[in-house]
Design a protein around this ligand. Sequence first.
Ligand SMILES: [Zn+2]
Length: 264
Amino acid sequence: MNIYVSVDMEGIAGVVLREQLSKGEALYNEARHLLTAEVNAVVEALVEQGAKKIIIKDAHGSGFNFIPELLHPGAVYCMGATPVARRFPGLDSGFDGAILLGYHAMAGTGQAVRDHTMSSLSYRNIELNGKPVGEITLDALLFGLHNVPVLLVTGDDATCREAKQCLGEVTTYATKEALNRHAALIKSPKLVREELKQSIGTALSQRPQCKPLKLEGPYELMVDLMTTDLADSRKVDGTHSIRLDGCRILYKDQDLLSLLSRGL
Ligand SMILES: [Zn+2]
């Protein structure tokens, strides 16, 4: 069994504040320890369940948040920034399933810790074929291109609700209950690491019910940018990319990967 794990940081146990999420901020180093310990618990569980090949992608910000020295030896870790078209290096159809660990709800979700899509500074909203999408859907589609189903999504309770809505049959695990964008009822990270192991067991056993996420083309991606400056800085050709108004640009494509590479 081969499992690919994509790891964001906002939904990790104990993470609630902006100051925990970026380099140079006062609480970032402590949060890196929480992140690395949770990743290790996942690798331990996957190894126990018989996973042979495990790739763990550090998918938050710069892509360099895990503390290498402390990482469990049972997996390969992808660290550093990669473009959308290569968001999951090493991914192929030989993987049996994917886990989205420490994710967050899409931009504009109420009562959700650090809700955003791709970047809080760049995007107010992103729509794919007329429907608002967050990172859960976008990443599940990238896994779907290789016929790999998402088996487990973790994050706050809003993340779990979004995952069920977008993916249908999927196991979810809530690391915290969001009170607002920067407050939550949190569980002890130690407890979360224990409970996560059980959730991974459940997720792997339910694999036959999980389907890879697919979307039929042609595709349209609408990005609603935070400022007109951001929109001004993008090239549009009037046919395959259209400036709808001050902040919104529409991209059209027959190919999903090419669309996401152009629009995000
Ligand atoms: Zn993130």
